[in-house]
Design a protein around this ligand. Sequence first.
Ligand SMILES: Nc1ncnc2c1ncn2[C@@H]1O[C@H](COP(=O)(O)OP(=O)(O)OP(=O)(O)O)[C@@H](O)[C@H]1O
Ligand SMILES: [Mg+2]
Length: 539
Amino acid sequence: MGRFPNLGGSRTIGQGNCLKISHIHAGVLGTFGLLIVLMVGLGLFNLVEADRVDRAFQRLAETQWHKTQLATQALEISSRNSRVTMEIFLQSDPRIISQLLLQRQTNSERIRVMLGELRPLVGEREERQLLDRIVAARRIYMASYLASLDWLVRQQRAAEGRAMMIQDTLPKLEAYHQAWQDFMAREDQQISAMSRTEAVDYAASRRRNLLVLLAGLALSAGFLGLVLWQWREEQRRAQAHTQALEVAQLDLERKIRERTAQLLETNQALEATAGKLSQANLELQTAVFEARELARQADQANAAKSAFLANMSHEIRTPLNGIMGMAYLLLDEEQPVGQREMTTIITHSSEHLLNLINALLDLARIEANQLELETAPFDLPQLVTEVVQPFQPQARSKQIQLAASLAEDLPVMVVGDVQRLRQILLNLAGNGLKFTDKGSVTIRVECLAQDERQGRLRFSVTDTGLGIDPAVQPKLFKAFAQADVSTTRKYGGSGLGLAICKHLVELMKGRMGLESALGKGSTFWFEIELPKAAVGGTP
Ligand SMILES: Nc1ncnc2c1ncn2[C@@H]1O[C@H](COP(=O)(O)OP(=O)(O)OP(=O)(O)O)[C@@H](O)[C@H]1O
Ligand SMILES: [Mg+2]
């Protein structure tokens, strides 16, 4: 890994700064460009404007100059004509007079042409009036002049002609010339006014241009200042970003170092744990193997024990049957009183021993999974009667009421292992009688549910005897387990009965239990399903 990890955020910030700085550069360049364009534009505008004003002024000046020229020439020619007129009136030679008249005529014609040229150049009303005044004064003067001339030339009355000339024509000539003077004065005024206006226009134009330039400069300076301020701000922000980025990078590097160290530690711990686990696994595998081996050996030992038990039970039962048979034969014989009691004890002990051996044999078969149930149809009420009957003498002697209660809906003929069922019921009824000193023992059979094929039956034996402490109830169904050692001593028994009963019920796919309270009697029950036997005895 490099010194600085690649941070997406930092790249974005850097790009953003570059973009902003390039924007600022563009802004500065744009400002200068705008300023230059503005100045060049203003310069061009001034040039064009000056040219336009110059040309207009030139046009006006030329016109004005032309008009003044024409007026000056016309006044000059008229003055010259005045002198010619004076000469005409002072001459007496007709030939010279006629030459002077011709010269004067030519001059007069030139003045008329000039007046014709002046007319289109005159624009203002006042100017027009002045020109009209010249034309009118000229007409009056010409009329007077022609009248004087008429006196002088046609009527040959020189004295009257001269007198008229002096008294009438010369004042009119003066008025005529005055009209020209007025016209020229007006032209002079116009030229000066025009010069003044142009000067004012120039000054206004310069001021305007200056103002525009100043405004442009101020705007540009403001914009430039704004751009520079932004640039400085961006630089400051970029610097802050860079510092923050460096701090973040340092922090990140530190965290990465810490995390790497933690990971290394964790890895080492994991490796150590994995080593321990594999060791434990190995030990576990060995233990499992040993346990299996032990279980196998135990199974073998158990099987050997069961086989031994079954063999021994069988072997013991054979001579015991012989002993019991002989004892019963002896009881049938005439014997002295003492011997008969001894023979009776032999038969009772033998029966007890045979029961014990049978129980051991059953237990051995159950443990070796060799006990198999038989199925055959049997009469259920008859079974119950056969269970109850053998116990009646004992019940009577203990003054206990022994009763059987069969539900009305009970199926009569059912299919099952009647011997094993009898065995269970005998043990439960025997226990009930054995552990009850007064009251009753009742055998009940009920039908919990049934259909045409089978019924679920509940068998129970209820007594009013000792009752059993709830603490010892769970262990009663284990082999050789008895509730109380003292009662065992008093009532006898091997403690195998209930264990065998429970195994048998479970073989019949049923369940077994008890409800009991110390001093309040007990109810041992079991529930099994039994198929109903078909009519005629076949299931
Ligand atoms: N109805 C009962 N009332 C009181 N205690 C009982 C009753 N039934 C069984 N027990 C107790 O349960 C023990 C086990 O009974 P179980 O039938 O297994 O053996 P047992 O009767 O002692 O011997 P066996 O049945 O082999 O003659 C009895 O010893 C007794 O302590
Ligand atoms: Mg018993």
